[in-house]
Design a protein around this ligand. Structure first.
Ligand SMILES: Nc1ncnc2c1ncn2[C@@H]1O[C@H](COP(=O)(O)OP(=O)(O)O)[C@@H](O)[C@H]1O
Ligand SMILES: [Mg+2]
Length: 257
């Protein structure tokens, strides 16, 4: 893993200038035809700066996952533009976009997506080795450093079947962060966890953002995440009903989780 993107991020952060990391403008996405047509994302614009923790909230079915997929280059919008690190995401070829994601983005999903036959340590090592070209020794060192931060070093030799839900989610986060990504997209990363573990997860994501310049977008239901966010977006029926500030805390602070 090269340390230069990290260094660059820190230099930019220290200079005190907020660098726009990702923007979506006029995004639309609908599914189905005719009467079955659902507009999942309806004219949404969004802007997240480098090193920020942005939180996206809203009821089930409001378009959060769809918007996250569009912003991260996984799903093509019907209209609108996504610019990430100055790059028009949907002007890239499929292959270029894949390369962009591999190089810059990490994902944390609800279902962990861990390999059942690999130990916790190996889940991280393969990302460092195959994604970042680290030697097996470097990969092991990095994996152990991150597992230590996550409080999992003693369990490094265990496979997913031998880990609790909270531990699996922490392995998934370790795997997402080992490549020092520019972006981390997390869809409901705490929903399977009790709050003690959920809070740890959010704390780790926040330190990736604030200490390492990673731009973090978290989709969450749980209002307890709110104090950890720099910016909160609220979606309703595919529309952005509040964008950006933290005043939403007052309005939606008692949202059901
Ligand atoms: N692949 C799909 N095919 C058809 N409808 C979809 C698909 N993905 C999402 N939708 C619909 O789009 C709307 C928004 O979904 P989603 O983005 O998953 O919401 P959220 O993550 O906020 O729960 C929902 O009405 C959902 O049923
Ligand atoms: Mg969702």
């Amino acid at each position: 893993m090269s340390t230069s993107p990290n260094l660059k991020s820190n230099i930019k952060l220290r200079s005190g200038v907020s660098v726009t990391s990702i923007t979506g403008k006029g995004l639309y996405k609908s599914f189905g035809e005719g009467e079955m047509r659902t507009t999942a994302v309806n004219d949404v614009s969004i802007d997240i700066k480098q090193g920020e923790v942005a939180l996206m909230m809203g009821p089930s079915g409001s378009g959060k996952t769809t918007l996250l997929a569009i912003l991260s280059g996984l799903l093509k919008p019907d209209a609108g533009k996504v610019t990430a690190l100055g790059q028009d995401m949907w002007a890239l070829t499929e292959r270029e976009r894949e390369h962009f994601r591999l190089k810059h983005c990490s994902f944390i999903f609800q279902g962990y997506n861990l390999f059942s036959s690999l130990t916790a340590r190996q889940q991280l090592e393969i990302v460092a080795q195959w994604g970042d070209g680290a030697s097996s020794r470097e990969a092991r060192k990095k994996a152990d450093e991150i597992l230590d931060i996550l409080g999992l070093l003693k369990k490094a030799h265990l496979r997913p079947g031998e880990l609790s839900g909270g531990e699996k989610q922490r392995v998934a986060i370790g795997r997402a962060l080992i490549k020092n990504p520019d972006f981390c997209f997390a869809d409901e990363p705490t929903s399977a966890l009790d709050w003690a573990h959920g809070e740890q997860v959010i704390d780790i994501l926040r330190s990736a953002a604030h200490d390492r310049g990673c731009t973090v977008l978290i989709v969450a239901h749980d209002a307890r995440v709110i104090p950890y966010a720099d910016k909160i977006f609220y979606l309703e029926d595919g529309k952005m009903v509040d964008d950006g500030g933290k005043s939403i805390h007052k309005t939606y602070g008692k949202m059901p989780s």
